[in-house]
Design a protein around this ligand. Structure first.
Ligand code: SF4
Length: 482
């Protein structure tokens, strides 16, 4: 009888894609994926170390799983991801005495052998890799098994050589490694054949991707920059789909990459983490650009794509950050006029250069005060900026729907009642508003802004044209068009 596995994924999109590989590998061993830990023979958690709180979450789950192990001593508990990855001295592992397997994600190809060693009889009858997994050197060669076929993560690179002083990624994931472009293009072609409407390229420093198999670059590819070249090759793949990427680093954002943003399949959004708007803080973070250089890149991007939506990441309260230095960050925010920004209060990470070199001396209250200032301004400004979409028709990739009865805001209810009342009238443009399996559909526009409209379940996973009738800070409402 096949063995069951339960997987818990914490952290970023890269971890989500890694977990798709873990699932692909375990299914190829003939195991079954269960959604309850109680039903599992193997529990595996893919951990995140970006903040202390992310690691502490594991402790909570682990406590419950130990109880399960008392009832089922054959239960195997495995911990992978960034926590084991960065645990060079084994200090963190000491807290998890009953864990059976503790390994960084790079060692994933060894998992079948380890499971056999622990007595979990798993046979590779259905191995898509057609042979013994141990032959796989790089875990990125393991084929991901995805639940979501319309919006697909594709890792092109892992690891990082930058060593920003607050970050654990280089120690957790090691040095930068790039996947052969051939493998990346094959994976994308298969995903598009399988119905993908959105390809999200992933890497810690995705725009520092280096093409290792240059012989496959098309002769008419106009770009010299590796990442821009890759985007161009992807844009040649037939089919209606859009391309997005994360996480980009400003220091690598060349003029060719800016030009490549204009390629037809590129989303109308760019996420470009700045982290701070103060040069002294950027220097202490070991970020390899100045505020002036960042602002210059944003100007060039806006010149190339005037209506592009821009997002960023900002850390407030980094070691020694003064009120004036925070003000420089706030000023940069206004100058760059972002559409969205993910704000984080600095969280000291053991083992990082910042933890060794600097004092975490900005009080939590002051970090929160600065966080609130940015958050408040962002919400006000994003609401203002979104008004420009009212009356416009946007292409929206629908990713979910909810039954009508569940989320009827008054204005929708009004129009619903209206549409029911005059159901004898010819259907409005787009037609589906009248059939009975109406739903509230959600999706994201090419600016990656959340959109909501009345539609049908079949629209999930498709592009729809939506005329925006109302724009709030975090959602835009509209009606189906044509
Ligand atoms: S670029 Fe800096 S923040 Fe990003 S993964 Fe690398 S070290 Fe971490």
């Amino acid at each position: 009888m096949s063995k069951n596995f339960y997987i818990l994924t914490l952290g970023c999109q890269m971890n989500k894609n890694d977990s798709e590989r873990i699932v692909g590998l375990l299914l190829s061993l003939g195991m079954s994926h269960v959604v309850k830990a109680e039903e599992a023979d193997l529990i595996i958690v893919n951990t995140c170390s970006v903040r202390q709180t992310a690691e502490e979450r594991v402790t909570g789950f682990f406590h419950n799983w130990k109880e399960l192990k008392k009832k089922n001593p054959l239960l195997i508990i495995a911990i992978t991801g960034c926590m084991p990855g960065r645990d060079k001295d084994g200090k963190i592992k000491k807290k998890y005495k009953d864990v059976d397997l503790w390994f960084g994600i790079d060692a994933l190809p060894q998992l079948p052998k380890w499971l056999e060693g622990l007595g979990l009889d798993c046979h590779s009858e259905r191995s898509p890799q057609g042979g013994v997994e141990e032959s796989i050197g790089d875990y990125l060669q393991i084929i991901p098994r995805r639940d979501n076929h319309s919006s697909v993560f594709v890792s092109i690179q892992t690891g990082c050589n930058n060593f920003c002083t607050y970050c654990v990624v280089p120690s957790a994931r090691g040095r930068e490694r790039n996947r052969p472009m051939k493998d990346v293009l094959t994976e994308i072609k298969n995903a598009v054949k399988n119905g993908a409407k959105e390809i999200i390229l992933l890497g810690q420093v995705v725009n520092n991707y280096q093409i290792t198999d240059k012989e496959i670059i098309s002769t008419d590819n106009p770009f010299k920059d590796s990442f821009a070249s890759l985007l161009w090759e992807i844009n040649q793949i037939p089919g209606e789909f859009r391309v997005h990427f994360t996480a980009a680093d400003p220091q690598y954002f060349s003029d060719e990459q800016i030009e490549a943003l204009k390629l037809p399949k590129q989303v109308n959004y760019l996420h470009l983490p700045v982290q701070s708007g103060d040069n002294e803080i950027l220097r202490k973070m070991n970020r390899k650009y100045t505020r002036e250089q960042y602002i210059e890149i944003v100007k060039k991007i806006r010149k190339a794509k005037p209506d592009i939506a821009l997002g960023t990441d900002i850390i407030v309260g980094f070691c020694g950050e003064t009120g004036d230095q925070f003000q420089n960050t706030f000023d940069l925010y206004k100058q760059c006029d972002f559409d969205i920004s993910f704000h984080a209060m600095y969280s000291e990470r053991s083992g990082t250069a910042a933890a060794k070199a600097f004092k975490d001396d900005v009080s939590h209250a002051e970090k929160k005060r600065r966080w609130d200032i940015l958050q408040e301004y962002m919400e006000k400004r994003t609401l203002e900026k979104n008004q420009k979409y009212v009356g416009k028709t946007l292409r929206v990739l629908v990713d979910r729907r909810e039954a009508l009865s569940f989320v009827i805001p008054t204005e929708v209810e009004g129009s619903l009642k209206q549409s029911r009342r005059d159901s004898s009238a010819p259907p409005p443009a787009g037609g589906s508003a009248r059939n009975d399996n109406m739903s509230v559909c959600f999706g994201s526009s090419d600016e990656l802004k959340l959109a909501q409209f009345l539609g049908t379940p079949e629209m999930v996973g498709t592009f729809q044209k939506i005329k925006i009738t109302q724009a709030l800070a975090w959602v835009m409402r509209g009606t189906l068009e044509g």
